[in-house]
Design a protein around this ligand. Sequence first.
Ligand code: SF4
Length: 432
Amino acid sequence: MGLRHNLGSGFRTAFTDVVFAIADWSQDERFPEPFRDVFVENDNGWRCGDSRPGPDLAAAVVSCATIRTVERPHLLGMQPDDLLAHLTGSGVATRPSEARRILAHVIAAGRPGFPSARPVPARLARAVEATTDRTPLEVLERAVDLRDGFVKYLLRSPDGALSEAVRIPLERPGAFSVCLSSQVGCAMGCAFCATGRLGLRRNLEAWEMVAAFSRLRSEAPGLVTGAVFMGQGEPFANYDAVLKAAAVLADPCGGRIKAESISISTVGLVPAMRRFAREKHRYRLIVSLTSAIQARRDRLLPEVARWPLGELAGALRELHEAVGQRVTVAWVVLGGVNTGADEVAALGELLAGVPFRLNLIDVNDPRPDGFQRATPEELATFRDRLRSLGVPVVRRYSGGAATHAACGMLASRLVGGDRPPRDGSAGLAARC
Ligand code: SF4
């Protein structure tokens, strides 16, 4: 006979459910012994069938429980090889082309479910629905900056964690990029950054980054052609998940974004930079330098002070040798702090022999006593001085300031961004 027990929708609680099921069933006189076919079924219709001769109910159910305690991996964090391994490992015969079709359906085409016109046989669609997670992120807020079209999203993960992502209009009409968070909060504590004042809550998983991308792309009034990991968090402090998310975004069955159009930023975690160079990725790495003077940089970016600037320059050199192109260095322009001749001289000395381009980014500090933007005159003088280095200098537009969507402002009031600085850095501008 067959015995069905509804376990609810979550695999995460499956083991507990099965244990209770054993207790329930063993005392239920309606079911004759021996049980020959024991299977359990959840809300999604997936079942763990286990035909065993004899009355060994406990062993059969525990066998199911053992299988079911493996958490369902999220489909949005997978590439075709991952899905193929997952399904075949779960005993579901799958061809590589079927795994590709499933992910192209769900991620590339952005269709969360499997309607009757499904891309694979019903048996396989059911197995995917039952053994993988496809929970989306919930959108709590959309804040549109009417001046420049930036849209900041506040997203909630299933465990309640809040993160933010920003849709960025590109110069080409109808083209967009998305700025993704890699962590909930950030442990780096950069003096000019609102996210840094949150502290770190947790890392985001690869699927959460892909889910944020998918959500923003689905609502974009045009084509999303790029992605930048420059939202909340230090991407290299969550290296594996960020690189996995980037791989899914670049996958032809995933986000279908050109690898060269995916940028990852870091404040300079040297070991991770070296790893990135060794792995020879095609994504663009943007390294935030912001000061070439050790003592000043240590105050501005305290968590990376453990790696002296000489080590950072060595990692940038390795990166250049690995990719054979100019490396990209970012400089958050802090009026009256890091725009002087001393910085330009130190920068020239530090990166002598390393081909680089410099992205200047205006600081966005909403605190009344926080860092100020450079005046137009100060900025012009700084750029004139930088020309002496003979490197391309680009001023990057950092939009969305009106909705706190700009660089350094991602710290929603819902996740505590209105708290006072944990490190008393509000007055730091005066000390740098
Ligand atoms: S600038 Fe980036 S690394 Fe620094 S605190 Fe902000 S989010 Fe973290």
